[in-house]
Design a binder for this molecule. Sequence first.
Ligand code: ADP
Ligand code: MG
Length: 581
Amino acid sequence: MKNEAKGTIIGVNGNLIAVRFEGSVHQNEVGFALLDDQRLKAEVIRIRDDVAEMQVFENTRGLGPGDRVEFTGDLLTVDLGPGLLGQIYDGLQNPLVKLAETNGVFLPKGVYAEALDRTRKWDFLPKAKPGAAVGAGATLGQVQEGMFEHRIMAPFDLRGDWTLDWLGESGAYTVNDPIAKLRDPFGAERELTMHFRWPAKLPIRCYRKRLLPEHPMITGTRTIDTFFPVGRGGTYCIPGPFGAGKTILQQVTSRHAEVDVVIVAACGERAGEVVETMREFPKLSDPRTGRSLMERTIIICNTSSMPVAAREASIYTAITLAEYYRQMGLHALLLADSTSRWAQALREMSGRLEEIPAEEAFPAYLESRIGAFYERAGLVRLHDGTTGSVTIGGTVSPAGGNFEEPVTQSTLKVVGAFHGLSRNRAEARRYPAIDPLESWSKYRGALSPESVAKAREVLLHGEETRQMMTVVGEEGISMDDYVGYLKAELIDAVYLQQNSFDQVDAFCPSERQQQSFELILDILDANLDFPDKAEARTFFNTLRQKFIDWNYTPPESERFAELERGIRDHLSSAANQESLT
Ligand code: ADP
Ligand code: MG
């Protein structure tokens, strides 16, 4: 679509420009503000009479009344095709590494580059028959993209059934070469290439139906998988104060989660953080394949120095990419860090639009925007019968770590699991700092809910005893309560806490969690006898050390079984003799 409408800027307020136009202009249409020889991308966010208010995705310095604006008739779109994996994009899907090569680290504004390499050739394998009926999302062929068969699909905007008139033979094609021709019942023709565009703010719905998440997405983090599991195709959030470990937890998850494709949307808290992500990520190796983790990852980067509107674009670009890979029958995970930055961008724009503010000056539509974003997650059955999923995990960084604020509260209403990071745990360096008593999940994990509930009960009781002891001291509580407290501390030290910098401990596979948790249950069930509290403490210190040694030992090593036996022997040494018979 091409829009001939022309506009003139009549006001500039930060990243918001007011544009008087002639012709017709639509909500969410993209336009360009012309500044000398630069074209600054912008999106229509409100229209009143003949004035369009637009958020500019660039610094607006230099723009002023009288400057011209061109409209495109197109929504903000994402380019979809082979070659997305391994890329580092900004919110408008500009390939950052490529732009940096030609322009240096600081990008001049108004410089945009193609998201997909136009010259690279892909080996196309046709997978459909000429004459076949083709609907939106139908598979026409495939190319090998890294470790995945990347489905070449009919564009998602195709309406109704078309007939496949011609399909390219197997061979090497660029993303711009024609690979198919379609015809509709009225004789209209459409030529297809291996890529097409899709509006970032519209969910991709080329599937037969949505299914409820049934399997957990194993993350390898024990606290999550055992106590607060995430369904594959589900949603979860990680609120936590600054420095509580949100970003590190997401990095660990991006490496180890049992999914195919990972999309990282980094809306940085600090400018340096995102640069770090960009530098560190490509060096990481995939624990499952030993190859670079980047081969199955896409990073969308926004630093706090980029205009706020670009943060919103990042979130939508990222989810659209995740949905695209879901259409191939793959499992995608979108990690957004931090969604608070996005919410702040909404607040800032809303303020400039002089909308009636709701709580803490956030717009009244904050909740529905957050809801609509998380709703794009899901497990789906595709038209060919296969399934694919998008799981979304978003961090929230409430000021002062206060979870009562609107972004955290709006998010908690829509997600399926809550991993709340506690400042106390982080300060005590008990990582991951997921609060075992406050957090919750609506998903089913791999372990039996009864035994998990039992362990949580011990944790809860242990915490009560700990608080009691701060008042009455160790002497003031019974031996039973004291042992209960030591058991709770043990679960914390050897099960909840996990060393993300240890090669073995960083990732605890499902079977291992099961094995480890069974041992925990045996310890909880053991009827232990101690002459005094000092002895009890010594016993648990040794038990903890043995357990941690075991955690750090690879299961295939000889020491593994030996260490487990050592834990069990130590346990029997204090078991009440009567209870053993
Ligand atoms: P946030 O994103 O919540 O502000 P970060 O993820 O950047 O916090 O973590 C802040 C610091 O806390 C890290 O630089 C690191 O020193 C420490 N940290 C966080 N998580 C862990 C962990 N799992 N293991 C060890 N240290 C951690
Ligand atoms: Mg962070």
